[in-house]
Design a protein. Sequence first.
Length: 681
Amino acid sequence: MVRKYIFGEPVETGAAVNDCMTARELPSYLQTGIADDKITLTYQFEDDEAVYGLGEQVRGINKRGFSYISNATDDPVHTENKHSLYCAHNFIILAGKNTGLFVDYPGVVKFDAGETKSTQLVITAGKDCVIYLIEADSLKAVVKQFRELVGQSYIPPKWAFGYQQSRWSYENEDAVRNVIRRHHGNNIPLEAVYLDIDYMEGFKNFTVNKDSFPDLKEFTDELKKEGVHLVPIIDAGVKVEDGYETYEEGVAGNYFCKDEDGDDFVGAAWPGKVMFPDFINADAREWFGGKYRWLINQGIDGFWNDMNEPAIFYSAKNLKNTFDKVSEMKNMNLDIGAFFYLRDTVNALSNNPDDYKSFYHTINGKRVRHDLVHNLYGYNMTRAASEAFDKIVPEQRILLFSRSSYIGMHRYGGIWTGDNNSWWSHLLLSIQQMPSLNMCGMLYSGSDIGGFGCDATEDLLMRWLEFGIFTPLMRNHAAIGTRQQEVYQFDRLDDFKNIIRTRYSLIPYIYSEFMKSVLDNEMYFRPLAFDYPDDKFAVRTEDQLMVGDSIMIAPVYTQNGAGRYVYLPEDMLMVHITSPCERKFTLMKKGHHYIEIALNELVIFIKKNHVLPMAVLDDDVKTTRDIEGAAYEWLGYVDDTAEYVLYDDDGISKEYTPKEQWKKYTFAKEDFREGYIYKEK
Ligand code: GLC
């Protein structure tokens, strides 16, 4: 049951799309207080009660014991002392009560989940907000009802489930060709190559550097022949430069955010001075979205929207003040106090809270200060693009994902989890973020595989890929200046090839489970606690996940780990996979086990009376085009009978297969007489 509580005069965020009952008094277990423009909700935890949700955040799956602040922030150092990452996913679940709370407030929201006082949760938001309360009879049901409220998640084209390679930046056509050649030439599948900021002319959105990419249309045509897609980045800020079309149109159309005096607000990002389109304004959205048309006409069918918290390197005003302060200090003896003051003053140039309070949006004719709607910015940038795609190519799915988001954006695009590092702890963080994102509707998601910052090592990349096999977005991405981390940069090319080929053979399952999760408002990645809520070990498991209906995974995420402890909440069939056709099966009993997992091995666990379809791959599969129509082998642990419902479609149109036509397969124990494999005749 979903109930809605309206406090004050909330901004319409567009997060919820379906109606529910409006109620007045929150239940007595949530104490409400309103003071100083803030609303607080206080809840006393039951002993050991777990807390879930909050999407992209730091720390574990069970969020109890720390504070999380929804305040979209461009901070590339995702350590566990941080409280905010790029997104604001204000949906939290109290496991003891099978209750969810969605705090629909677009400014800063704080969830103190037992940091200040270990026995209580305190949520603080602005006093003008809407709170949705969902009470159900299981954790899964809480999520399902929440997802029904906020609407169906974004569906990418099927090719976006292939392996994708990125780096800041492949400098020209030849660099891109080389990436493709070194994958395809070694029979390593590759679906897309990303263009980072340097493809543009002077970091200007919707321009292309003619020296490095002389004819984009011709180039995308060439790549299409190989089945490879080119995915350019689009940044939120528009460069301030006379004669630059997008800038001039934005000024003429009044599409940029304004400062206190009503002038265009000037901030800075990659190109230096930029202005920020007022994405929260419908006219500005329509204008900016329309700009993608040009790239689509060049044959582009995928985009990543970045820097849309928005990241502000500095504002013109703050920069001037900083220079003034710094020059005053020029001849001083900088003692500890003065030196720290100087350092903090310079550091405070970027993403400064005062800057976010100094510019405005025009929403339905009303001026609204940015900080009060801050968390809607990236969401609406992506909405702008998605709404434009519906007009430009109404029949076609376009790949689209964003760095910043708010609940509601999940209908328009996916997300990646931003600038992580090549750290083992960030591989674990990524494992823990995925189910939390799914709770909030962010299904098409993934992290920068191998890590964005710092230098990736071969073993880290391999282990990360072994988890990345299961993330809908499987993209290797790294920062400029770091070690090259395409798989062919390392010695164990065959092992990498086998891992990526295994992803391709699992695409029928991954796509089917992803699509069913989207269409049924379910979770593709689930913590064990959601499937085994009465199992005291399962509910505390933080590093294993259920993936779709048939399997559990337990990725290795430690340096030099030759295996790991795994908890099996029921008897399962363990499969060690070294390539799509090299598999070793072991029946395992419920309980704790130490399992050896060599660096080149992937381990999955198939649930009893469940099956897993795997496409039989030719040796030279290069893209998802080459697996269409492939025969399946079914891996199965069938003790009695098993059923599998396979979802499939053409992967590109928006004609999703109706439920009545989802293909039902049934298996009997005898089908697996010769082991654990059933081959389609
Ligand atoms: C941001 C993005 C990163 C990108 C870089 C350059 O840091 O998060 O993915 O490579 O900008 O565009």
